[in-house]
Write a protein that binds this ligand. Sequence first.
Ligand code: ZN
Ligand code: ZN
Length: 385
Amino acid sequence: MNARGAQAQAGVLDAIERVDRLVADLREPELDVLLVATPVNVRYLTGFTGSNALLLIAADAPAGGLDGPGFHRFLTDFRYATQSADQVPDVFAREIVHDKLLDAVAQALEDAEGDAGRLGFDDAGLTVAQHAHLREQLPDAWELVPCGGMVERLRAIKDPGEIARIHAAAELADEALGHILERGLAGRTERDVAIDLELAMRRLGAEPSFPSIVASGAHGALPHAEARAERIARDVLVTIDWGALHDGYCSDCTRTYATGEGISARAREVYELVRSAQAQGLAAVRAGPSGVELDAVVREIIEEAGYGERFGHGLGHGVGMEVHEGPRLSRTAGDDPLLEGNVVTVEPGVYLPGECGVRIEDLLVVRADGHEVLTGLPKELTVIS
Ligand code: ZN
Ligand code: ZN
């Protein structure tokens, strides 16, 4: 088998395993079928990269077993007939729909399951209008059951193939930044640096996983600053937050640099505080603690230094097919423990309005007894003039 064939077969095995795990999760909410409508979730379960498709995942195995051909259903439109034939494994019966996909759901359900049952749907993904439309089309004896986040919960635990892809995206992003730093920062506009960084990622075969942030001086005090047409001064801090999207997976990283040795004593103090707090946050990451507990480790350090009010966002978030996904590391993240195979960021920041901002962000894989950092860039305060 050639490399492409082997890759395709691995993709099919991934899809079958993921679908099997999802089917097991349908038992507790007593669903007969789960409707999967979010494109990223469809891709995760089937490998299909097109933009318009729905899945119907059935809970009960027919005589042929769960992996039997055509057990679950994949609906798309005629534009994707060839692509879906190539990408979607046989465990899904493919149907090319000539009208709205949602209109075909009721018919597909009746064909496969009869005129009554419980249909789970993602209440965070379906619009109110789509829900109303679906309700209208379904026989009365079909119950619509809100079941948000079922696929997202599976996605939060990455398999080795996914971790390798995220790692590759992170390495690519590191390399792209290296090209940018070689050209220097001071005297260039923030926007020019951001465009250059995005171009560098594209040349390396990726695209940006989100619009790059390049924020210098007082502008760095805005955590989600937009890169401006403003020139970067000497002797200020510059925060760069960027990521690559490669082979379906994202990276996310932040570094803060100085554009000269003459930065203010306060800027230096805040940088060292964030660096130390971030390092202690990293040290606490392993399977077991909750996102709330990890956030508290870092928040306490920043609070004790007197900057608690200036760290206004959560400590981090999951990263995978989307740049922001579960699990969350924040004051409101809930009690669920971090699990082996989660991929998360640790990104404390301190923002002083009118002065400066510092954020340092690494991407890491959670392991049973620790973690593995996927970001390769150093964190000592570095002057890039
Ligand atoms: Zn980031
Ligand atoms: Zn982030």
